[in-house]
Write a protein that binds this ligand. Structure first.
Ligand code: PEP
Ligand code: MN
Length: 301
């Protein structure tokens, strides 16, 4: 069966989306699509077209022209295509160019106004629409975004867990807080929930461990950032892996058994989360105390 057809018909298979953080050139996306289509588990080619940068001045994506490159690369190599849309104009353009899957980025999901406008603009759309978690660990905000798309008669919704921002130093770029994503899975048992280990980890060396953990917890697939030469990537260069590394990783993950997360596992994750929070608070207080004592010594009264 062709992979393009398979995503639509084989619901029991894990969904694997892979591709560069940003589409950097027409040659690049064709080259990567060729390598990724050789990996049998990959069904969808991803690529960012409009990149929201924290500060102005960085590479902000090639815009509309790159949609055409992405769409053609997918078709040429028998892969579905996916990109992030942040405005109704993005969504309209992406659908016009034949992009198969649209995802809503974490920062957009944090704003109910943005979500409502996007949902309204594509109401009734039958393409798969994937909703990332908001950057803050707020389950209701995430649920609310899913509901807004559902209410606009959008039947093929999916969800992407990409971790949450924290105001402390963490090993992760975005803390996974697995229990929130598992809770969401319980609220919407029929919606596939996949994991984005690249934005959770923020470092290439963490991608495999996070992916393996996600598979053990029974998530429905992965979205992985892949670049032909990660060190030279124009965006998110630290977290992208090569197509060869992705192929090896997926081979190793292939045997992972599906485990339905029961009540006990959820409770264990919650307790682990509390313990992490307590350890962190302790560390931050100890550091603050040490800092204050140094300052006090230097104050002459
Ligand atoms: C991305 O997938 O490239 C992206 C920007 O993701 P997020 O919205 O999770 O930051
Ligand atoms: Mn990225």
């Amino acid at each position: 069966m062709s992979r393009r057809k398979e995503e639509r018909t084989n619901k029991s298979k894990k969904l694997v989306i892979a591709g560069p953080c940003s589409v950097e050139s027409e040659e690049q996306i064709h080259f990567l699509a060729g390598l990724l289509s050789d990996i049998k588990q990959v069904q969808v080619l991803r690529g960012g077209i409009w990149k929201a940068r924290t500060r102005p001045g960085g590479f902000e994506g090639h815009g509309n022209i790159a949609l055409k490159w992405l769409s053609e690369a997918g078709k040429a190599h028998n892969l579905l295509t996916a990109t992030e849309v942040a405005t109704p104009a993005h969504a309209e353009e992406a659908l016009k160019q034949g992009i198969d899957i649209l995802w809503i980025g974490s920062r957009s999901v944090g704003s109910p106004f943005v979500v409502e406008d996007l949902a309204e603009s594509i109401s009734g759309c039958r393409n798969r629409i994937m909703i990332k978690n908001p950057t803050s660990p707020d389950l209701s905000l995430w649920i609310g975004a899913i509901e807004r798309f559902s209410l606009k008669n959008i039947p093929n919704i999916g969800v992407i867990h990409r971790g949450f921002s924290t105001n402390w130093k963490s090993e992760y770029r975005n803390e996974p807080k697995w229990e929130i994503a598992l809770e969401l899975k319980k609220v919407f048992p029929d919606i596939p929930v996949i994991v984005d280990p690249s934005h959770i980890g923020g470092k290439a060396r963490l991608v495999e461990g996070i992916s393996s953990y996600a598979m053990n917890l029974g998530f429905d697939g992965l979205m992985v950032e892949v670049h032909e030469d990660p060190g030279k990537a124009l965006t998110d260069s630290l977290q992208q892996i090569t197509p060869a590394a992705l192929g090896n990783m997926l081979k190793k993950l292939q045997g992972k058994a599906l485990r339905k997360p029961g009540k006990k596992l959820l409770e264990t994750l919650r307790v682990r989360e509390w313990m992490n929070d307590i350890a962190l608070t302790h560390r931050l207080l100890t550091e603050a105390k040490a800092g204050l004592s140094v300052k006090t010594k230097s104050i002459k009264v």
